[in-house]
Design a protein around this ligand. Sequence first.
Ligand code: GLN
Length: 273
Amino acid sequence: MTVGEAIRAAAEALAPESDTARLDAELLMAHLFGVTRSELLLRHMRDPSPPGFAALVERRAGHEPVAYITGRQEFYGLPFIVTPATLIPRGDSETLVAAALEAKPDAGRVLDLGTGSGALLLAVLAYLRQAHGVGIDRSPEAVAVAVRNAEQLGLRPQAMFREGDWLAPGWADDLGTFDLILCNPPYVESDAALDPQVRDFEPATALFAGPEGLDDYRVLIPQLRALMNPQALAVLEIGANQAEAVGALAAASGFATALRRDLAGRARALLLS
Ligand code: GLN
């Protein structure tokens, strides 16, 4: 069987489980060849299908996300390493990077709270070569992934990562202050019905935040001002129906807010200043 035929068969087999079956099949095949998807499509479609493809398709059929199978996910045009210790960076979250770059092109110090793979911080630092950043995560495994990403993106001199948990007293004592704060906290309601590829594979501690999904915002927002320079901006990711509730929490801490929507038109980021 050729690569082209194997991809077509896999796309059919995955269609009931995945909205992106054909893309999934192409990405898994490209991973096996160790090439990009476009190189695969240009050069390898008539090659014999390599052994091992069926096993990867089988894993995807069991709802395992493609990014955990390949260990890679592109975000803001940059290649990131991901493991099951980190949330897979979402296209929706690129809204935060775009908003931050537009509002704070001259930022000197950047903080990323709940950095995971480091995607938000490293995407911003890749464009703000004058800036330095600190990424915090309570998971030591996530911190290790973020460090690897900084290294492979050539951003190690601009970025440092360390363990920290904003629920623990004193966690921010020696951080100093920042011009820009990024944060994609857990914000999913604890009883939300999630897709099995999210629910069964991504880290629950990065997703869930109490019955209304607001627990982490309640703890974090009152602590932000002390971490911000006078003209600083904080960019928080929010769930599509949380703009009002998170906006109210921000107002209660004395912040002015502005909303940014993602490409699907859903409320996605709240800018606090
Ligand atoms: N947007 C993610 C999802 O719906 C949630 C990310 C988060 O909780 N920070 O799966």
